[in-house]
Design a protein around this ligand. Structure first.
Ligand code: ADP
Length: 292
């Protein structure tokens, strides 16, 4: 069962066009929605989560018309918003139980089993009696996933979940998402290229409300093979390089600046060939490099 998004558009009353004719087909598995701040990711996530109206377009999850049959859609989707408020004094187990009741799991025994299974799956069983206010960032996000999985959704939407997680928690969170992505559609919205590299089989790049690229990361990277060149330069020279070349990115490397440029052929003998990566794909897309 796929999620089909067709020509979705949204303009806010203040005048910002947050989504422009967004079309994507998303199959089960981990899907990364990559874009800088302000790209329209949260707007898209909230629209898919039935929390916000679109101006135009269609969204179908299998047979379910997500934009018009919100009640049915809500039964089959789970959502972890960017700002996820928790009651700090309530325990993880109690809040999850409460949320399960709201989700319509009314029989107490069934609810207890579901809550227990989700706490176990998100590795929170040991701390289930602890107040949520004592949880670390990673534990809170795992709790967020537990509540998003209530009712066995077929579509799970997670909005910028790894911001603020330490590396170990991030890996753990990625592992959890990958496991979930084995059976359902998981959309992970993020501005962190590494999140997509690590866990996503498919991805799209969103910028200023438009889809600039979509597909498998490896394929997108292959499209840049043989076209990425790099050299280390002094900071004072940077401006000249920006002017004369299609600079994809500049990165400090051991205290020096490494420039990566996009070009069909080696710009000059001082550049060395570099292996393309997803950051090159991302930055060249949002900077509009290599396009007519
Ligand atoms: P992202 O999640 O990629 O950072 P958003 O969807 O939050 O992007 O925002 C896309 C654009 O829409 C931004 O320019 C943002 O300022 C604007 N925007 C978001 N929410 C609102 C709102 N409620 N009212 C007006 N403008 C908004």
């Amino acid at each position: 069962m796929d999620l089909r998004i067709e020509r979705l558009s949204k303009r806010y009353p203040a005048g910002v066009q947050a989504l422009r004719d967004v079309s994507l087909t998303i199959r089960p598995g981990m899907f990364g929605l990559l874009g800088p701040n302000g790209a329209g990711k949260s707007t898209l996530m909230r629209t898919l989560a039935t929390l916000q109206e679109a101006d135009a377009g269609e969204v179908k999850l299998g047979d379910v018309d997500v934009l018009h049959d919100k009640d049915t859609a809500r039964r089959v989707l789970g959502y972890l918003p960017q700002e996820f408020g928790l009651y700090p004094k309530v325990s993880a187990e109690d809040l999850l139980d409460h949320l399960a009741a709201l989700k319509g799991i009314t029989r107490a025994g069934e609810r207890r089993d579901a809550v227990h299974a989700l706490l176990q799956r998100t590795n929170l069983l040991d701390v289930r009696k602890k107040p949520l206010g004592t949880f670390s960032g990673g534990m809170k996000q795992r709790f967020g996933i537990a509540q998003a999985l209530l009712g066995q959704p077929r579509l799970v939407i997670v909005d910028e979940p790894t911001a603020g997680l330490d590396p170990e928690e991030r890996v753990r969170f990625h592992n959890l998402l990958s496991e979930i992505g084995e059976s359902v559609i998981v959309i992970l919205s993020t501005h962190i290229v590494g999140d997509v590299v690590d866990v996503c089989r498919d991805m799209a790049i969103l910028h200023e409300g438009k889809v600039l690229a979509s597909g498998e990361p490896a394929q997108a990277i292959a499209g840049l093979n043989g076209k990425i060149w790099q050299k280390t330069v002094a900071r004072a020279e940077l401006e000249g390089y920006e002017r004369d070349h299609a600079v994809v990115s500049t990165r400090l490397f051991g205290g020096r600046t490494r420039v990566r440029v996009l070009a069909d052929a080696r710009p000059d003998a001082s550049f060395e060939a570099a292996e393309a990566d997803l950051e090159d794909v991302y930055f060249s897309a949002i900077k509009g490099l290599g396009r007519a």
